[in-house]
Design a protein. Structure first.
Length: 308
């Protein structure tokens, strides 16, 4: 289970502009998507369409400045898509991305192309972070006019960052148990995590051992993007380089303010800790309804002792 002591100071914290892309009406419209009666695919029931051209694809790994780029693109007038957008409607968005990942990497159904991406990403003109970065060939083929930013960092600090964020939360005990009682958030998160992490990082929890497969996954991803993206569409970029290279590549004037460096590690851990505890609370509440409050308290105490 998570230790929230290190993140208590972030209660109520909100990343600037994080919710600007959130549209409650549209989320409600797609929240209860059912598989299409003819194809069996969720994406074919999605009502989305493309409303603006896709302009930039940021295809670097997670924890390489994806959140900084997310906010930088917003400063430049883009409406970018990021994992933080997907998690605002987890039951639908994570299931849709799961469908795309299973089609590409496990051969379960037709692969996604322009039609499918337009449905899910139609209101966005930029993408950043996992799982979009796992669809390099598909996205550059679907959007041939979009420029590609490959943000990167040295592998050792990347591994340390992953180990203290995604690796740390995935090592918390009890995820599978509490997720089974929370079909709206923790359940979709755990199913998506178990699918995407082995594909993106070749591990779910191991980012610190000398032989971690994540090191090779990192190298292979960057080699793959460099191989398949035409050089005239590609900018290799570190957020430490500031506005200059990014604005020159995208054709924008440099803003008269610093690049919004966003280190969301503490917020990331806090948000997942909150998810864990909310799911735990749902589990205790539902058990209480079934067996009574005193018995539920005993069950929770035994489970707590075994998992702490």
């Amino acid at each position: 289970m998570p230790d929230t002591k290190t993140t208590t100071g972030h209660v109520g914290a909100r990343q600037p502009q994080m919710l600007d892309t959130f549209d409650a009406r549209k989320v409600k419209e797609i929240y209860h998507l059912e598989p299409h009666p003819e194809t069996g695919r969720l994406i074919d029931s999605h009502p989305g369409t493309r409303t603006k051209p896709m302009r930039v694809l940021c295809l670097g790994m997670s924890r390489t400045g994806t959140m900084t780029l997310f906010h930088a693109l917003k400063k430049l007038g883009y409406n970018p898509y990021h994992m933080t957008v997907a998690i605002m409607s987890p039951r639908t968005s994570l299931a849709l991305w799961g469908e795309a990942l299973k089609a590409k990497f496990h051969g379960e159904g037709p692969a996604w192309g322009r039609t499918e991406f337009d449905k899910l990403l139609g209101d966005y003109d930029g993408v950043s972070d996992v799982p979009c970065n796992l669809f390099t060939e598909e996205l550059i083929a679907a959007y041939p006019d979009a420029k590609v930013v490959l943000q990167t960092r040295d592998v050792e600090p990347w591994l340390r960052s992953m180990d203290t964020t995604a690796g740390a939360i995935n090592r918390w005990r009890g995820w599978e148990t509490v997720a089974a009682w929370d079909p709206s958030l923790a359940g979709p998160f755990v199913r998506f995590r178990d699918l995407v992490c082995p594909i993106a990082f070749r591990t779910i929890t191991d980012f610190s051992s000398p032989e971690t497969p994540a090191r090779q996954a990192f190298a292979d991803h960057y080699a793959h993007v460099r191989r398949v993206v035409p050089k005239d569409r590609l900018l290799e970029y570190k957020v430490q380089d500031g506005w200059g290279p990014l604005c020159e590549f995208l054709g924008h004037e440099v803003p008269d303010e610093p690049l919004p460096h966003v280190n969301d590690a503490s917020q990331f851990v806090f948000a997942h800790g909150l998810m864990w505890w909310l799911a735990f609370g749902k589990m205790v509440g539902k058990v209480s309804l079934m067996v009574g409050v005193p018995a539920a308290g005993v069950v929770a105490a035994v489970w707590w002792r075994r998992n702490r």
